[in-house]
Write a protein that binds this ligand. Structure first.
Ligand code: UD1
Length: 420
């Protein structure tokens, strides 16, 4: 088992380049199996979730060639429609095989997905959407078993603008008969990136990035080349780390509009943000005002940034309120932050944070991926040493996190527990 050790209170200064978006990459690599020839995906983040997905694709019979940040997938030789349980449980995005396999083979057997433990995370909207397209779905021994004689386009209203359900329906509908309309669709950048990729394969999708997406089914999809968009959450994490350490960091290879809700909150707190076309500079003088945050679907404040942001609020002047409206159990990590001296009380989906001057380093646990990121940000800001365990979560979503932070002046390294 590995741990991350941070010697805190060092200002982050310099430049950092952001990797490709995890959530886009996971959807797009799965979508690639729909093509009748090779797809090449570039700007992939070199992270654990992508490695798991590569293994899954190989197990499913796809031909995969990969280098550090690119992958070529040829799904034309695949014949399996059943996804392995052990690998699928390791990540949330395995649910995309449901829509993709159903589209490709009219049959899919997919285990219930894994991923971060941040709430119940049902997939009823995915199932409802696929059923509306004509799939017959039953649950048996922990597997979701879907079949259809044909998929036929229809109107689907999502009760909640779910990222996963929107993408799964787009995948299944891409080669359905007729037109599918998704109403109250999710608008996250991952949706637009996935729709752009499917369109490059020959799909006919319009409206991605708005509430209403229309998918005109086509007969076949072909291979293409695509570059993944930059990771909004990795960029947001570096923004938080720069602010927490009174730093001055230029964050490169980003799309500033994707970060607007985060930039707006940081500005409200008194942090200087200067945007240019594909980069953003974060500069902090260490004085941060408390603000209130409510997580919402895009373009609202992202739930994935709620955790790193709480560290800044713990160090701000005044009292802040965080309302988590997406996932009901996304506050577990606050107990870890309290070990570092943060003053926080939680009542259901609301956390009240009373700002303090300093956090103090402590042994803490990464309860999930973004909680792990929050612990890193807290450790960088804290006085003394922080030791973070359960860091497999962090490796699922951040490429070379310690290297990137070290290049900005952080004192951070990784140890094997045996070394202790
Ligand atoms: C995706 C992201 C995750 C991000 C989240 C919200 C991936 C792999 N993960 O997760 O990083 O935090 O979007 O931006 O892209 N819901 C239902 N029924 C469903 C589906 C969702 O009730 O069938 C609810 C969920 O419980 C949650 C809300 O809808 O309360 C949003 O979930 P959703 O957008 O689907 O998130 P994920 O796709 O799981």
């Amino acid at each position: 088992m590995e741990k991350i050790i941070i010697e805190g209170s060092h200002r982050l200064v310099g430049e950092v380049t952001i990797s490709g978006a995890k959530n886009s990459a996971l959807a797009i690599l799965t979508a690639a199996i729909l093509a009748d020839s090779k797809c090449t995906i570039k700007n992939l983040p070199d992270i654990r979730d992508i490695a798991y997905l590569k293994e899954l694709l190989l197990q499913m019979g796809a031909k995969v060639e990969s280098s550090k940040n690119a992958m070529t997938i040829d799904g034309s030789c695949m014949s399996k429609h059943k996804v392995d349980n052990d690998l699928a449980k390791k990540m949330r995005a395995s649910y995309y095989f449901l829509g993709a396999l159903l589209c490709k083979f009219k049959n899919a057997e997919v285990p219930f997905p894994g991923g971060c433990d941040i709430g119940v995370r049902p997939i009823d909207l995915h199932i409802k959407g696929l059923e509306a397209l004509g799939a017959n779905i039953k649950i048996s021994h922990g597997m979701i078993i879907a079949s259809a004689t044909e998929l036929v386009g229809t109107e689907i209203y999502l009760d909640f603008a779910s990222v996963g359900a929107t993408i799964n329906i787009m995948l299944a509908a891409s080669m359905a008969k007729g037109v599918t309309t998704i109403e109250n669709a999710a608008k996250e950048p991952y949706i637009v990136d996935t729709a752009n990729f499917l369109n490059a394969m020959g799909a006919k999708i319009t409206g991605a990035g708005t509430d209403i997406i229309k998918i005109k089914g086509v007969k076949a999809l072909h291979g293409c080349e695509h570059t993944i968009i930059p990771d909004q959450m990795e960029a947001g994490t570096f923004m938080a780390a720069a602010a927490a350490t009174q730093g001055d960091v230029l964050i490169k290879n980003i799309i500033p509009t994707h970060l607007e809700s985060i930039s707006a909150k940081l500005r409200e707190m008194g942090i200087e943000i200067t945007e240019s076309e594909d980069s953003l500079r974060v500069k902090s003088n260490g004085k941060m005002k408390a603000v209130n945050i409510k997580t919402l679907p895009y373009p609202g404040f992202p739930t994935d940034m709620q955790q790193p942001m709480s560290v800044l609020l713990a160090l701000s002047q005044g009292t802040a309120i965080i309302t988590e409206s997406i996932f009901e159990s996304r506050f577990k990590y606050l107990d870890e932050l309290k070990r570092m001296g943060a003053k926080i009380s939680v009542e259901g989906r609301v956390a009240v944070i009373e700002g303090i001057k300093r956090l103090s380093g402590a042994p803490v646990f990464a309860t999930d991926l973004r909680a792990g990121a929050a612990m890193v940000v807290a450790g960088l800001a804290a006085e003394g040493q922080t030791e973070i365990s359960n860091i497999e979560h962090i490796d699922r979503g951040y490429e070379r996190l310690e290297d990137k932070l070290r290049s900005l002046g952080a004192k951070i390294h990784r140890i094997n527990v045996a070394e202790e």
